[in-house]
Design a protein around this ligand. Structure first.
Ligand code: AMP
Ligand code: MG
Length: 329
C-alpha cells in the first residue's frame, strides 16, 4: 500500500511523543514557559518535537520537517534546568540522547516547504495541555501541496466515543484514498471511523475552540444554528476537534476570524493532519469561502481564511450561511 511505511513510522512516533507528554503532565513538570511571541510552551513540546524529528530523520533522511518549535529558547543559559528535564524524558525513549543531540533534533523541525515535507505540531493546544484538558500531537505528510497522511494522537479523548468512562487516549489516522481509522493510544486494533450522517449521534452538534480569542464564537454558533445544529456547542482544544468530527461526535468544526481584515493566517501544522482525517472519514474541509486549504505556500495557509470542517452533507449549507453573514464581519 502507498504510504505504508510513512504511516507506520508516523503512528509510532506520534504515539511515543504523546506518552512522553502524558508522563510530563502526570509528573507535574508541565509548567508554561513563555515564548518570545508570549504563547506558552512546555518541556513536553520540546521533548515531543525531538522524539518525532529523530524518528522521521532516521526513516526519511531527505524529507524536510516543518515543526512549530525551535531550540533557541532551550539553548539559552537560563534554561539549563529545563533542557536537563527534556533530556531526562527523551532518554526514557532514546537512552543515548544528549542535550546536544536533542536540540539538534528539535531544529531538524525548522525545514522549509518542498514538494514533499512533513509538518508537526508536537503539542497542538498547549493551553489545553496546561489546563489538564485536550491536546493533540499532530503530524502530517504533504506532497505537492496536498496532505497524503495525517496522524493525531489525542490522549484526552476516549477510545470509544460512546464509552467515555472506559480507556482514554486515541490515535486518529487518515491516508489519502485509503480511509480514516483510530487506534487506542495504548496499542491494539485499528477501527475505521466515519463522519455522522443525518441520524448520527453527533449530527446536531458544532465543535469549536475553548479559547474565545481563537475564534468568533458568536458567529460560529449563529451559523451552526442556521444550518440546524441546535445542541450546545462542544468546546475542545486542539485538532482533537477534527477527530471528533471524523468519528461522528459532532457534525461541524468552524473557526472564523473576528474581522475580515485580520492579518492572521492559520499555521499548516494546526490543520494538515486533522483535515485529511476528516476528509478520509467522509467529510469535507475548506476555508470560509469554500476554497481548498493550500499547503504549498509555506508555514501559513496564506491563501485561506477561516476553517470549515464538516460531515460533508451540511457543507454547502454552512458555506451559504457563512457567505450571508460576511457582511457582519
Ligand atoms: P484551538 O485549541 O483550536 O484554539 O487551537 C490551538 C491553536 O490556536 C494553536 O496551535 C495556535 O496556533 C492557534 N492560535 C493561537 N492564537 C490564535 C488566535 N488569536 N486566533 C486563532 N488561532 C490562534
Ligand atoms: Mg497548534
Amino acid at each position: 500500500m502507498l504510504y505504508e511505511r510513512e504511516k507506520q513510522v508516523a503512528i509510532a512516533a506520534a504515539t511515543a511523543a504523546a506518552r512522553l507528554c502524558e508522563q510530563v503532565r502526570s509528573d507535574r513538570h508541565s509548567r508554561a514557559i513563555a515564548k518570545p511571541d508570549r504563547s506558552p510552551v512546555t518541556i513536553a513540546d520540546f521533548g515531543a518535537q525531538a522524539v518525532i524529528c529523530q524518528a522521521l530523520m532516521a526513516a526519511f533522511a531527505n524529507d524536510p520537517i516543518i515543526g512549530e518549535e525551535d531550540s533557541n529558547l532551550l539553548r539559552s543559559p537560563e534554561m539549563s534546568e529545563q533542557l536537563a528535564q527534556v533530556t531526562h524524558y527523551v532518554q526514557t525513549l532514546l537512552p543515548r540522547a544528549t542535550p546536544e543531540s536533542i536540540t539538534d533534533w528539535i531544529d531538524q523541525g525548522n525545514g522549509t516547504v518542498a514538494s514533499r515535507y512533513w509538518t508537526l505540531d508536537p503539542i497542538d493546544g498547549t493551553k489545553g495541555y496546561l489546563r489538564g484538558d485536550h491536546y493533540a500531537v499532530a503530524l502530517a505528510l504533504v506532497e505537492e501541496g496536498e496532505v497524503k497522511l495525517g496522524v493525531l494522537a489525542c490522549p484526552g479523548l476516549a477510545v470509544e466515543a460512546a464509552h467515555p468512562e472506559q480507556e482514554q487516549g486515541v490515535v486518529f489516522v487518515g491516508v489519502k484514498g485509503q480511509g480514516a481509522f483510530r487506534i487506542p493510544l495504548s496499542g491494539g486494533e485499528s477501527q475505521p471511523i466515519h463522519v455522522t450522517d443525518a441520524e448520527g449521534v453527533g449530527s446536531q452538534r458544532l465543535t469549536e475552540s475553548v479559547e474565545s480569542e481563537h475564534g468568533n464564537f458568536a458567529l460560529q454558533e449563529a451559523i451552526a444554528s442556521a444550518v440546524g445544529l441546535t445542541a450546545p456547542a462542544l468546546p475542545m482544544d486542539s485538532q482533537a476537534k477534527y477527530g471528533v468530527v471524523a468519528r461522528g461526535e459532532a457534525a461541524l468544526y468552524i473557526r472564523l476570524p473576528y474581522s475580515l481584515s485580520s492579518e492572521r493566517r492559520e499555521n499548516i501544522w494546526d490543520h494538515a493532519a486533522g483535515a485529511i482525517i476528516v476528509e478520509e472519514a467522509g467529510g469535507k474541509v475548506t476555508d470560509m469561502y469554500g476554497q481548498p486549504l493550500d499547503f504549498s505556500l509555506g508555514k501559513k495557509l496564506i491563501n485561506n481564511q477561516g476553517i470549515i470542517a464538516s460531515n460533508g452533507a451540511i457543507h454547502d449549507a454552512v458555506l451559504a450561511a457563512v457567505a450571508e453573514s460576511l457582511t457582519s464581519l
